[in-house]
Design a binder for this molecule. Sequence first.
Ligand code: PPE
Length: 312
Amino acid sequence: MVDKEGLPEEGKIWYNGVFVDWKEAKVHVLAHGLHYGSGVFEGIRCYATDKGSFIFRLNEHVDRMYRSAELYKLEIPYPKAEFKTAIKETVRINGLDACYIRPIAFYGYHHLGVNPEGCPVDCAIAAWRWGTYLGEEALENGIRCTFSSWRRIDPTTLPVTAKATGHYLNSLLAVLDAKERGFDEAILLDTNGHVAEGPGENIFAVKNATLYTPAAESSILPGITRDSVIELAQDIGYEVIEQPITKEELLTADEAFFTGTAAEVSPIREIDNATIGEGKRGEVTGVIQKKFFDVVNAKEAGYMGWLEPVRV
Ligand code: PPE
């Protein structure tokens, strides 16, 4: 799944309100967030277009981050507007055009013990170049997936709509299991046995030119790419139905694809060695993918509102 390209060695990271050198952006080994996974984060992309650099749906990402924080009673000590400015500043100061942005807020160093009261909330924003998530080829030819034996975390146990660091242990297990068994990516079912999502992606099925995607009750992270794709698909004229999807329905779909900030729109060509549709990027997936890339590349006048200028 993730390319093994390492992180950069230099640059500046915004850390608790100031820019520090890449290598100095450190955390104490007894930080609360490290021991208990008590942090929230975002993954955001900035695109280089011929009209300048734009961050895709910055407002929605920052809104989700603050909502995630609220669910864990983590008070981000900056007003949203200031945090958004810091995100844009991080891209600019590093001289980046197309990049991936990772803001994080977590309970820091003060005491140990599960109760975080009294721990400071530390915040950081890093940005670096990150190409395609599942490989260049994946965007064109699709990937090979497997149903994970790990079920997606359940809303009776954790607030699954929060993008919290600790939640990703569930994703980690699913990814490692898929890789071990020779697949590119996992698909997790929810605890009712319905299709939920990938370890870092939402999922769509296409049947008779109608799009289906699991609804919120299937324990999904409400993806911003998912939301964008729903709107773009409807705009093109496709019907989109949000409802529980069974394994059989996904396996017999005409097409299937993943959406996510990192994964963008990635076709799924196989699940557990069963071919989906024609075993390559389907027609509807291709149309949606093209529309998505046109929008993020500032080629769709009607969607410029989703693009936050960094450098124009
Ligand atoms: N589900 C999960 C579990 C998830 O992590 C993501 C994003 C999505 C759905 C799609 O959400 P959105 O990006 O808003 O469309 N995963 C992020 C982290 C991936 C990683 O490996 O790290 C991302 O894509 O940035």
